[in-house]
Design a protein around this ligand. Structure first.
Ligand code: FBP
Length: 551
């Protein structure tokens, strides 16, 4: 429990999150089954893999008294990276359970899915929960990245649930965690385990969304925090007029965060990984795009600017993809040999000798520091951890090289000084803004209602998010309806489809329509900090992405 609280935290603790009209003011609601939902693709295969949770109806809540149920004892886990609003999902879940029946209980498993398997838990009571309401972070019970996917883990988790009398589980996580929640629901249903499983859509990356999930929670607040920071940098750049700022933004593979921040701030460039992939642009072509902006601005006497770079950009470049594939392979087969080599230079030389001519050429373009990052940083599967690569430095470095060449050829006379930044952890635990505070609370409350209605294999879905909360609708979507088969580690696996930036979508269209102007004219917008109190125009606006997508 926090020992001290800031004045904002104190004021914020009094905030009563809004609920969809159907649940507002403690109203009773009952669950109505709608049309049967099937996945868009791979139906036969998914039906066989999930015989007990396939083809379930969409669930929605409507005014009316819910049929009485037995006492619910629920367990909750937070899974994966932090996202603003996680505490409010738990608060909504707790209040929703108590509204159904004051005898219902909630347990939190500590440290993510691993805590469920290792039986580390705490009972969440009203007093325990109170200081966490409307706060950022996942520290109430902690999170973790353990994957819950093996039968032995499911059995162990069940044993732990039975010991506590738990008959319901809520998994708060991203696409992978909800995929695992679906597998868990299927297994428990197939074995008549008596434990129902419901998911909630979380991730700042914004890539867990589809026609049923309009946005994942945390994206709104995190992008507002980053946009404040980007706005501050834009203003600094425009004041000092001496630096180019290369800002990498979190988001793993998808570029939603960078795109949203660009729409909120109008920087001089925002790269979008999905566009780079569609145009099959190489690293040098992407660099050329930025160089072109720097040269044109220099011709106007401007030697400053701000470029946004999505964290996963190099994964989308075909030349880098090939290099990474070959490096993964070489590193996997020569791990101990490479470790034993006396110096980093020897390691680089060895890799050059093993790479194909094409990949070797891509490797040679990279600054030494980045080459070493590619060799050293690997995940538990032995793959290069692309998100740890300092892409902002890589691009700044190569843009600088290219400008030196142009200067020597007298086609550029500007100055190029660089500052690099990476914004990610700064936004993940921010106190949720009003949107996330309300949305998260509503998701948790809906999850409780789904459990009360005896649902399993569902994800909580709150929609109509571009309207005031009173008009939001609440329900559940069968997780199997969001699945498809994807090739992972050489086998077809059922997974929830990750939503990348759609190049035909309205948010990207807004960037595309404005970026030439933003590149050369300084149309900077300074959104300022997240506002918790005040006029609705400053504290209740959803993201540009959501507004455009739902318009
Ligand atoms: P989730 O997908 O679990 O929500 O995590 C998102 C994220 O914040 C990414 O944007 C980032 O690449 C990654 O987590 C960082 O992971 P870690 O917290 O393990 O450093």
């Amino acid at each position: 429990m926090p020992l001290e609280v800031s004045p904002l935290q104190q004021a914020r603790s009094a905030y009563q999150p809004k609920l969809p009209g159907v649940f507002a003011n403690g109203a009773a609601a009952h669950c109505v089954d709608g049309e049967v939902l099937e996945p868009a693709t791979d139906r036969e295969e998914l039906k066989q893999l999930f015989p007990n949770t396939y083809g379930l109806p969409v669930a929605s809540f409507e005014p009316g008294t819910a049929p009485a149920t037995g006492v619910l004892k629920a367990g909750v886990i937070l899974s994966g990276g932090q996202a603003p609003g996680g505490h409010n999902v738990i608060a909504g879940l707790f209040d929703g359970l108590k509204a159904l029946n004051p005898a219902n209980q909630l347990y939190g498993f500590l440290g993510g899915p691993g805590g469920l398997v290792a039986n580390r838990y705490v009972e969440i009571t009203s007093e325990f929960l109170a200081p966490y309401r409307n706060t950022g972070g996942f520290d109430i019970i902690g999170s973790g990245r353990d994957k819950l996917e093996k039968k032995e883990q499911f059995d162990q988790a069940l044993e732990n649930c039975r010991a506590l009398g738990i008959n319901s589980l809520v998994v708060i996580g991203g696409d992978d965690s909800n995929t695992n929640a679906c597998a868990l629901a299927e297994y428990y249903r197939a074995t008549n385990a008596g434990v129902n499983v419901v998911g909630c859509p979380k991730t700042i990356d914004g890539d867990l969304k589809n026609q049923f999930i309009q946005t994942s929670f945390g994206f709104d607040t995190a992008t507002k925090v980053y946009s404040e920071l980007v706005g501050n940098i834009l203003r600094d750049a425009n004041s000092a007029k001496k630096y180019y700022h290369f800002i990498k933004l979190m988001g793993r593979s998808a570029s939603h965060i960078a795109l949203e921040c660009a729409l909120q701030t109008h920087p001089n460039a925002c790269l979008v990984g999905e566009e780079v992939a569609a145009k099959r642009q190489s690293l040098c072509e992407v660099v050329e795009q930025l160089v072109d902006i720097v040269v044109k601005r220099a011709a106007q006497g401007k030697n400053f600017g701000v470029f946004l770079i999505p964290e996963g950009i190099i994964e989308f470049m075909p030349d880098m993809q090939q290099l990474i594939r070959e490096l993964n392979d070489i590193l996997a087969h020569n791990e101990s040999y490479l470790k034993d080599l006396p110096s980093q230079d020897d390691r680089r030389q060895f890799l050059f000798s093993k790479l194909s001519a094409e990949a070797g050429k891509s490797f040679s373009v990279l600054p030494q520091e980045i080459q070493l990052q590619l060799i050293l940083d690997r995940d538990s599967h032995g793959n290069v951890q692309v998100s740890r690569i300092e892409t902002e430095k890589l691009l700044a470095d190569i843009v600088g090289d290219r400008l030196r060449e142009l200067k020597a050829a007298r086609s550029y006379q500007g100055k190029f000084s660089v500052q690099c930044h990476f914004f990610g952890y700064e936004g993940r635990c921010a106190a949720p803004g009003n949107f996330d505070a309300d949305y998260c609370y509503s998701l948790g409350y809906t999850a409780a209602a789904l459990l009360g209605a005896g649902k399993t294999g569902y994800i909580a879905s709150v929609r109509g998010l571009n309207q005031p909360a009173a008009q939001w609708t609440a329900g559940g979507i069968p997780l199997t309806a969001m699945m498809n088969l994807e090739r992972r580690h050489g086998a077809d696996k059922p997974v929830i489809k990750k939503a990348l930036v759609e190049l035909e979508g309205k948010p990207f269209a807004e960037l595309a329509a404005n970026r030439e102007r933003w590149a050369l004219e300084d149309c900077y917008l300074y959104p300022g900090p997240v506002q918790y109190f005040g006029p609705s125009a400053t504290c209740d606006q959803p993201t540009r992405t959501l507004t455009l997508e739902l318009s």
